[in-house]
Design a protein around this ligand. Structure first.
Ligand SMILES: [Zn+2]
Length: 237
């Protein structure tokens, strides 16, 4: 089981969907660089303690509505139910660099989209994490996003940097999907990884962010998939 990062907790398999956070973490261009330093050591202080300096959108993380909406909910005000739910994983791995993901390929999942479900775009782009190509991910069209929201989905997740096209440095940055989802009171999880390790039906996703106080617009999270159904499934003969 350890080959895919999974472990067993009382019969429930856990798959880690998070990228490591440290100075090497690939961030959105212009975001603060993560800094991790040792503030205390066992030798000098009796315990090891790190000091962290991170942007709120470092690594695998969630966006709260306040990220793009001035009057949007701050992270602390977002119900925890937004960060946990049954995942509907759309396989869009056939999409290439900067290719739009439109409703025609997502409509097959329409019946499973519902309030409380987490809609996951599996682009396969986590494979390019750490390289320049990571910025050239496929992206969700505004029209497709509207259809997903119409089904009541309020949590969107992606194994890439951004569900919108990443067009850093151009005068016209495009944030349609962010505005649509966050404007509807939803949340977005970005930089998921290891989705290919979910080889079971009906995964339960948990992506709980740090409980940052005040005007928090998002926070890193430890995203995991749980095979809850598998714990009660009879073992294979
Ligand atoms: Zn973000």
């Amino acid at each position: 089981m350890t080959d895919t990062g999974g472990t067993a907790v009382e019969g429930v398999r856990v798959v880690d969907l998070s990228i490591p956070v440290g100075p090497e973490t690939q961030i959105y261009p212009g975001d603060p660089l993560p800094a991790v330093r040792r503030a205390m050591t066992i030798e000098q202080d009796g315990a090891n303690v790190l000091a962290l300096e991170l942007g709120s959108h470092t690594g695998t993380h969630v966006d709260a509505p306040f990220h793009f909406e001035t009057d949007g909910e701050r992270l602390e005000d977002v119900g925890l139910d937004r960060f946990v739910g049954r995942a509907v994983i759309a396989d869009v791995t056939g999409h290439g660099d900067r290719e739009p993901i439109d409703w025609d390929v997502l409509s097959a999942y329409e019946d499973r989209m519902a309030p409380g479900t987490i809609f996951v775009l599996r682009t396969g782009w986590s494979e390019f994490y750490g390289t320049e190509r990571y910025f050239d991910h496929p992206f969700l069209t505004a029209a497709a996003c509207e259809r997903i929201l119409e089904r009541g989905v309020r949590t969107l997740a992606i194994d890439a940097l951004n569900p919108d096209e990443t067009v850093v440095g151009e005068t016209e940055e495009r944030w349609d999907v962010h505005h649509l989802v966050l404007g509807a009171g939803g949340v977005i999880a970005e930089n998921l990884t290891n989705l290919s390790a979910i080889d079971f039906e009906d995964p339960l996703l948990c992506m709980f962010p740090l409980r940052l106080a005040g005007d928090a617009d998002g926070a890193p999270c430890r995203a995991i998939a749980l095979d809850v159904a598998g714990a009660t499934r009879p073992a294979a003969p």
